[in-house]
Design a protein around this ligand. Structure first.
Ligand SMILES: [Zn+2]
Ligand SMILES: [Zn+2]
Length: 82
């Protein structure tokens, strides 16, 4: 049995798997994670919030990993141009 929960601006379900481990499931898609902070980061994809901003070109990203990956492309371009 699972109930939809709305908390801290995110909508999710909490399900215990066969090992008794708590899993957080996104209410909007099939994403799941054992960590609520991962779900919060994921949920920005649905809410449209993009809190991570590139200091070089001002492009914004929903997830920190995407910004880090983006910044690698800048460092590559910079070393080529100069
Ligand atoms: Zn989702
Ligand atoms: Zn950038």
């Amino acid at each position: 049995m699972s109930l939809n929960t709305f908390e801290e601006g995110i909508s999710f379900r909490v399900i215990h798997n066969e090992l008794g481990v708590k899993m957080f499931f996104c209410s909007y898609c099939t994403y799941s994670s054992p960590y609520k902070y991962n779900l919060k980061a994921h949920f920005r994809l649905h809410s449209g919030e993009k809190p991570y901003k590139c200091g070089i070109c001002s492009k914004t990203f929903a997830q920190l990993g995407a910004l880090k990956y983006h910044k690698i492309s800048h460092s590559r371009n910079d070393s080529k141009d100069k």
